[in-house]
Design a protein around this ligand. Structure first.
Ligand code: AHR
Length: 537
């Protein structure tokens, strides 16, 4: 037994194992367990902001070039150079906000390189990712064009590491000033007389790391300087996001907030938290999967603790907490390093759902969450490949996000399950953020979240076990359900994925649900995500 495997964890794990041995066999050949749950319709948490389902696209591997942008002369079906299949799928999914151009790339990106005639744009080495030649053919106008096509609001990450306050204030003027200034007129001459009206502006990215290896005091000092001029240029129409911690680094937040000292208005504060995977995506074992899943209580703990810390500086919660990079980061193939191409499996979909469930449960503490990344990088919702990059498939994670659409803009409700309490963070998971050292863990249990708007209620159930089918009896306190329907994403194989040959191997299907007044009964096969939508009164 590892010295880090506490007595409490050991007792829990042994209890789970012996209980499993006593349980009857379920309909799917697994152990079957009955789970009791309750939705408290009278206990509201906060709005499930659609922004919790936001995304992130970087100039990295084939996310932007090849994924989003194939070029106007490509044989791949495109709309003015944007991959048509990606546009169609993303429109259907709905991407509330799209963050760009990085990531680490943001602090090496100079926006002026990406405007004007494409053939005259300079070529640089992408020093962060694979050292490929970046020809800047995808710049501000192209990004805005893509956002408009898919209906996403843009979120720019401005360059602090190798940039300047002037560069950022000029970018804001170029994008948002209506007309008459040289920069606004240049935008018009480049094809956009109408201002872009970009609201969200990140002030650097991961300043504790690739953004310049700052200390929190230095990063906050930069925020004060950059934000002064960004605010002058953009006024109250811009929403400025400061660089928060890696995982739950409370020392970073204290150092940053102490230095900020309320001198410069910061609208948002961003943290990053990746859920490391110790094996290649298609080769997970149940043990490795549980180690990864058990990082999610750590993410939840980080949100609770970082928000509490921010509250001590900002009691009225004027500063929005962002989780603008999250998602599973598995062990990458040798040829994928520098490109971060990663397959999304049934395990990844369950992981996405564990994250989206916890965002609902902590809806009052969050402002925006952006999964990394949109196409072909890390936990992407689309993958493109095949001869000449022709194919475009929706990953299992795409379908997990789809199952959460019914929650958007509803009010999250408190839920209760008979498993370990959601606030029982003690001893679970590894260290904070990327690079944590996960320890052996007991298997995770039923995860759920619920939300309501008027007569509509949505409940999402996640069975993260590979060997247990769950019969869930869920009570509804404070409402009566009239009718309901359910949809499920499920594959018994934790490593199942949507390939270019079998693009619909793992997709959403209708599912049975029994609705009787104050209760809902649903069967969750091992490895499944199900959303029940109800008409309630
Ligand atoms: O998403 C990949 C990288 O992860 C981003 O560029 C960076 O911000 C983070 O370290």
């Amino acid at each position: 037994m590892s010295s880090n495997f506490t007595r409490r964890q050991f007792t829990r794990a042994s209890a789970a194992a012996s209980l499993a041995a006593l349980l009857p066999q379920g309909v799917f050949g697994n152990t079957s367990a009955t789970k009791k749950a309750m939705v408290h319709a009278d206990q509201e948490i906060g709005t499930v902001r659609p922004e919790f389902h936001s995304h992130f696209a970087e100039h990295l591997g084939s996310c932007t070039y090849g994924g989003i942008w194939v070029g106007r002369n490509s044989p791949i079906p495109n709309i003015n150079g944007f991959r048509k299949a990606a546009v169609d799928y993303l429109k259907e999914l709905g991407v509330p906000v799209l963050r760009w151009p990085g990531g680490c790339y943001a602090d090496d990106y100079h926006w002026r390189d990406g405007i004007g005639p494409a053939e005259k744009r300079p070529k640089h080495v992408n020093v962060n990712w694979g050292k490929y030649i970046e020809d800047n053919s995808f710049g501000t106008h192209e990004f805005m064009g893509f956002c408009r096509l898919i209906g996403a609001e843009p979120y720019f990450a401005a360059n602090v590491g190798t940039g300047s306050p002037r560069e950022m204030r000029d970018w804001i003027e170029y994008c948002n000033f209506p007309a008459g200034s040289t920069l606004a007129d240049e935008r018009a001459a480049n094809g956009s007389p109408e201002p872009f009206r970009v609201k969200y502006w990140g002030v650097g990215n991961e300043l504790w790391g690739c953004g310049g290896n700052y200390r929190p005091e230095g990063a906050a000092g930069e925020f004060r300087r950059y934000a002064t001029f960004a605010r002058l240029a953009g006024g109250n129409d811009v929403y400025l996001v400061g660089c928060g911690p890696n995982g739950n680094d409370t020392a970073w937040t204290r150092g940053f907030m102490d230095t900020l000292a309320g001198r410069t208005r910061m609208n948002g504060y961003s943290m990053h938290y990746y859920e490391t995977g110790i094996l290649p995506p298609e080769q997970f074992t149940p043990e490795a999967m549980y180690t990864q899943f058990n990082l999610f209580p750590r993410v939840e703990q980080s949100i609770v603790q970082q928000r509490a810390l921010l509250d001590s500086y900002d009691p009225n919660r004027n500063i929005g907490l962002f989780l603008d990079e999250w998602g599973v980061w598995d062990r990458l193939r040798e040829d994928s390093k520098g490109r971060l191409w990663q397959q999304s499996t049934m395990r990844s979909a369950v992981a996405a759902a564990l994250g989206l469930n916890l965002f609902n449960r902590q809806a009052d503490k969050l402002y925006m969450c952006n999964i990394a990344q949109l196409i072909n990088v890390l936990q992407s919702v689309l993958l493109t490949d095949g001869p000449e990059g022709k194919n475009c498939v929706r990953t299992t994670s795409y379908h997990a996000f789809m199952l959460f659409k019914p929650h958007r803009a509803k009010t999250a409700l408190r839920v209760e399950t008979d498993g370990p309490k959601l606030t029982d963070f003690g001893g679970r998971g590894g260290g904070g953020g990327r690079g944590g050292q996960p320890q052996p863990e007991p298997p995770p249990d039923l995860s759920m979240s619920a939300s309501r708007l008027g007569p509509e209620m949505a409940i999402t159930f996640v069975n993260p076990r590979h060997d247990v089918d769950m019969q869930v009896e869920c009570g509804l306190r404070g409402v009566t359900a009239k009718q309901g329907r359910a949809q499920i994403l499920h594959d018994p194989d934790i490593n199942a994925y949507n390939s270019f040959d079998k693009p619909d191997q793992v997709t959403i299907k209708p599912h049975e649900v029994a609705v009787e007044g104050g209760s809902v009964r649903v069967t969750l096969p091992a490895m499944s995500v199900a959303t029940v939508t109800l008409q309630v009164g």
